[in-house]
Design a protein around this ligand. Structure first.
Ligand code: TEU
Length: 543
């Protein structure tokens, strides 16, 4: 096994394992029930022992938390409840000392309604320059300018006291910026520099495909809007080609640094459009949510992997893989659900599912598949994104009481959707104690009793625990991961088997019966083997 080295090379992100921290739910150092930066600093040894290459930190900026921090009041400051700029500096230093990079979230599509620009816009009269940084329009009396829906439900327009309307593709507290405005463009370049100068290594770009809009009139009705996946640049609101001009400018700034700062686009676009975001003169990398959206099936996995590796080859980027994040039902739970008749669960809307105890989850099956899935993912060329708690095999929390919910998707859908809080519950560090070691003052989202069994403490000394599996897998991967090539070993239609350079083999059994393992040494397996056979829903690595 090679030892870990902080690479200063410009390509560090290509094969990196990136661990997402949702800061308000990771570790709370001051007992206010909200996770904070010093909490993360205190857990750097844990991250180091886990063996990740980078942390992606979800927004830690001042925010009223109308959307979990994705409603940013000030892009160049820290939420006082989470810490200070000095704490960020300390976190950067602590991570770097542990050879871990730091990627921060940047939210360019919208500010919060408490941002200085928006309060100025509201205070200014209609038609004033202060309103031009946002998208204000006249409606027809109490009718908005169009019937567009926001992503979280309800109208995408909100009315101001003087009768004008502003566009918000997400919550009303998240007014969309006007990216035709030079000041908006200049300000975000300043933000990129601000964090890059502080030693941040990269950026995750929130809804990267949303920035440019065609608001020419008459605005088409919601019913006539094409699906984003089929609009190929022609949708008035999403994935318009003009957005890449913005990222070309960003790339020039990011390349002023040594090594160049990395960037990864969160863009819900079809695979064929993803390369534009991941181009070398653009952000460089883009999330690929195809595996996250796929059923646990051989055919789907094989097709997604083939397609994405081919695309990554064409555009000179590297593919990304992810199963869980702060927006979706945890995959250990998804994989334990009965097959979804509507198809919605796998259509990027897995979070709609966070609706309590229905349908019934087969927890054991879900965890078994989640463990098989992560070994498969970590054997693929490209970079892998992990979400805090998945290394504990953590399940979605379905039983949050309504009074404790925070997600605007819940409120805007008037309770029809439970939203995304179930994957954002503070993670358990200890078997017992108030908030299972998260902090000394309880937890802003209520942890269920069963959390203690998933805690770090419960799993630490157990060689068969999911935490031990992740640690071993990341250590082994570090020694084996090289190059972009993968060779399929064809056999049966339910065994996903491939080799990587150096003779590394990964084999996953999606079928129901055990299958014969190839004649090679097993390095690691996601569950117990049956002699020289690989059981159902299990992955093994061999060399
Ligand atoms: O999410 C973008 C986003 O649109 C989805 O995750 C969304 O929930 C899905 O497409 C529904 O179909 C990002 C952040 O990850 C999320 O947490 C924020 O709420 C959102 O942007 C707004 O900033």
């Amino acid at each position: 096994m090679t030892s870990k080295q902080l690479t200063n090379d410009a390509d560090w992100w290509r094969q990196a394992v990136v661990y997402q921290i949702y800061p308000r739910s990771f570790a709370d150092s001051d007992g206010d029930g909200l996770g904070d930066l010093q909490g993360i600093v205190s857990r750097v040894p844990y991250l180091e022992a886990l063996g990740i290459d980078a942390v992606w930190l979800s927004p830690f900026y001042p925010s009223a938390l109308a959307d979990g921090g994705y409603d940013v009041d000030d892009y160049r400051a820290v939420d006082p409840r989470l810490g200070t700029l000095a704490d960020i500096d300390q976190l950067v230093d602590a991570l770097h000392a542990a050879n871990i990079k730091l990627i921060v979230d940047i939210v360019p599509n919208h500010t919060s309604d408490r941002h200085a620009w928006f309060t100025e816009a509201l205070a200014a009269p209609k038609g004033s320059p202060a309103r031009e940084r946002y998208i204000f329009r006249e409606g027809d009396g109490d009718q908005p300018p169009s019937d567009w829906d926001s992503v979280f439900g309800g109208s995408a327009w909100a009315q101001t006291a003087d009768g004008q309307w502003y566009l918000h593709m997400f919550a009303a507290e998240q007014p969309d910026l006007n990216w035709e405005h030079p000041e908006v463009r200049a300000d975000f370049l300043q933000t990129l520099r601000f964090w890059s100068d502080r030693g941040v290594d990269g950026f995750r770009v929130d809804v990267a495909h949303a920035l440019m809009k065609d608001l020419s009139e008459p605005m088409p009705s919601q019913a006539t809007l094409p699906r984003v996946s089929e609009s190929y640049g022609l949708h008035p609101l999403w994935d318009r080609d003009g957005v890449h001009e913005i990222y070309r400018e960003w790339r020039q700034v990011l390349n002023e640094y040594d090594p160049p700062r990395s960037a990864v686009a969160e863009a819900f676009v079809p695979a064929s459009r993803r390369a534009r975001y991941a181009s070398a003169d653009g952000l460089g990398q883009a999330f690929n949510f195809d595996l996250l959206q796929a059923d646990w099936e051989y055919d789907k996995f094989r097709q997604v992997i083939e397609e994405n590796l081919a695309l990554a080859d064409q555009n000179g980027s590297s593919s990304t893989w992810v199963f869980s994040n702060h927006d979706v039902v945890r995959h250990a739970t998804r994989y334990g659900l009965p097959k979804d008749p509507s198809g919605l669960w796998q259509d990027g809307k897995a979070w709609l599912l966070s609706n309590g105890t229905e349908p019934t989850v087969d927890v054991e099956l879900g965890l078994r598949r989640a463990r098989a899935a992560v070994l498969l993912m970590l054997a693929l060329p490209g970079s892998a994104y992990l979400y805090q708690g998945e290394e504990l095999g953590l399940q979605e929390v379905g039983e949050l009481p309504a009074a404790n919910l925070q997600d605007p998707a819940y409120f805007r859908s008037k309770g029809a959707e439970k939203g995304r809080d179930g994957c954002r519950v503070p993670i358990p560090w200890t078997v017992g104690g108030l908030s299972f070691g998260f902090g000394s003052g309880g937890s802003h989202l209520l942890q269920p009793k069963w959390f203690g069994g998933y805690s770090v403490e419960a799993q630490e000394g157990d060689v068969s625990s999911t935490l031990s599996l992740y640690r071993k897998a990341l250590a082994v991967r570090r020694g084996l991961q090289t190059g972009n090539s993968l060779t399929w070993v064809d056999g049966t239609d339910w065994v996903l088997h491939f080799t990587r350079p150096g003779g590394w083999q990964s084999i996953t059994n999606f079928g129901v019966a055990p299958v014969e393992l190839p004649d090679a040494a097993v390095v690691l397996s996601s569950g117990p083997l049956e002699g020289d056979k690989l059981p159902s829903d299990t992955t093994a690595w061999l060399i």
